[in-house]
Design a protein around this ligand. Structure first.
Ligand code: ADP
Length: 442
């Protein structure tokens, strides 16, 4: 069993991992930048170590400094959280080379799934339905043929893409060349890889993803779905489980396919297969080989602690549950609380002068902020997640509305009121919304 884990992250996810470690009796090491000296994850960890100046590049992405910190503190495991180095194959490899356990899948799986073209190939081979696409965008004839076959619109996507970057939707065939060139330039800048591909652009899909959990002994379970269709600029804002539109039959069909594919490649740890869902058809887009921001909604409806399971799997333990032991009960919703201007969405860092977080039955707040804390300008603007749970969706929405009303964060701008407006809208309440929800919402 792993004895001491260095958490290579900050904010709410660093706390989330730290809490799981505490419950498992594992010691923790926090890393932090110079800007995060007084952050909650630093205060709560058993040990902490500064890995560099404020910029993420010099600290939370600084592999030599993080490995040195792990060596100095004798950590035998590293948990990457999400974002930062969580899907960096080289980071996982270096950790493996240092005989430290990377709490995540094998680096080879990060590599395959890190390239969306390769990931789709793997899924194709394993009978998981994928979005129709064209991988070679250098041949104009092939592009013409592809568009003739599937029709417009199409979307240009970056093979190494993430965070909604490097995507361009094309509605007219004479726009394709420009779209490819500008997606390439953005992909090169963001991911240092200008490989792009084409996909059929689905106009009214839901974003539905399947959570899987696998051990090192070939056992895999699926933990239902999350509906993450409420997005802004292809970035998730609200997630829920289960999805209002999915029948038990559909859920089982897609879950079984995911399980087979994940088993076939010998994947270990937690992972998520992301799909678009339109006219009762699933289309695989990509697999995330890490813990997701929205994992709590799955934890609430299944009662399974995904971070503990992830650590146990990385320690070589066998899963203690089978698929038959897993059931989804009740309903859960998560709202991502961002420090940002409610209309312009411009980040709003600064000092939190008053803070009161909601509580009561079925309310969970995953956040690392506190009264007097200054939200630094250097990192992502998400400062917490508000999660509610109830017997059914209607009660869960009412509880979320109540919890949002209770949430007081003064001194900075947040999107709390926007969340209230969204969840109280007729369209959200119907459950029958798609990924275009935010573009028409006002
Ligand atoms: P990233 O890794 O950058 O988050 P994804 O491939 O996960 O990119 O896609 C993010 C979002 O972009 C999806 O949830 C969806 O809203 C939109 N999107 C991506 N591909 C398509 C497509 N083929 N058709 C319609 N929307 C898409």
């Amino acid at each position: 069993m792993i004895k001491k884990i260095l958490i290579a992250n900050r904010g709410e996810i660093a706390l989330r991992v730290l809490r799981a470690c505490r419950e498992l009796g594992i010691k923790t090491v926090a890393i932090h930048s110079e800007a995060d000296e007084s952050a909650m994850h630093v205060r709560m960890a058993d040990e902490s170590i500064c890995v560099g100046p404020a910029s993420a590049q010099s600290s939370y992405l600084n592999i030599p400094a993080i490995i040195t910190a792990a060596t100095l503190t004798n950590a035998d495991g590293i948990h990457p959280g999400y974002g930062f180095l969580s899907e960096n194959q080289r980071f996982a490899e270096i950790i493996e080379e240092h005989n430290i356990k990377f709490i995540g899948p094998h680096s080879s799986h990060i590599k395959i799934m890190g390239n969306k073209i390769d990931a789709k190939k793997v899924m194709d081979e394993n009978k998981v339905p994928t979005v129709p696409g064209l991988n070679d965008v250098t041949d104009n004839k092939k592009i013409e043929q592809f568009i003739d076959n599937i029709g417009l619109p199409v979307i240009v996507k970056a093979a190494s893409g993430g965070g909604g970057k490097g995507m361009r939707v094309v509605f007219k065939s004479d726009e394709i060349e420009n779209a490819i060139n500008s997606a390439k330039a953005e992909a090169k800048k963001s991911f240092n890889d200008d490989k792009v591909y084409l996909e059929k652009f689905l106009t009214t899909p839901k974003h539905i993803e399947i959570q899987i959990l696998a051990d090192a002994h070939g056992n895999v379970v699926t933990l239902g779905e999350r509906d993450c269709s409420i997005q802004r600029k292809h970035q998730k804002l609200i997630e829920e489980s289960p999805s209002e539109l999915l029948t038990d039959k559909k859920r089982k069909e897609i879950s079984d396919l995911c399980k087979k594919a994940v088993s076939a490649i010998g994947y270990e740890g937690v992972g998520t297969l992301e799909f678009l869902y339109e006219n009762e058809n699933f289309y695989f887009m990509e697999m995330n080989t890490r813990l997701q921001v929205e994992h709590p909604v799955t934890e609430m409806v299944t009662g399974i602690d995904l971070v503990k399971q992830q650590i146990l799997a990385a320690s070589g333990e066998k899963l203690t549950m089978t698929q038959e032991d897993i059931s989804m009960k009740g309903h859960s919703i998560e709202c991502r609380i961002n420090a940002e201007h409610p209309e312009s969405f411009i980040p709003s860092p600064g000092k939190i002068t008053q803070y009161h977080q909601p509580g009561g039955l079925g309310v969970r707040v995953d956040s690392a902020v506190y009264q007097g804390y200054s939200v630094p300008p250097h990192y992502d603007s998400m400062i917490g997640k508000l999660i509610t749970y109830a017997d059914n969706r209607k009660e869960c929405i009412a509880r979320m509305n109540r919890a949002l009303e209770e949430y007081v964060i003064m001194g900075i701008n947040t999107n709390i009121q926007l969340h209230q407006k969204i969840i109280m809208s007729d369209e959200f309440q119907s459950g029958n919304y798609d990924i275009n929800f935010m573009s028409t919402f006002n």
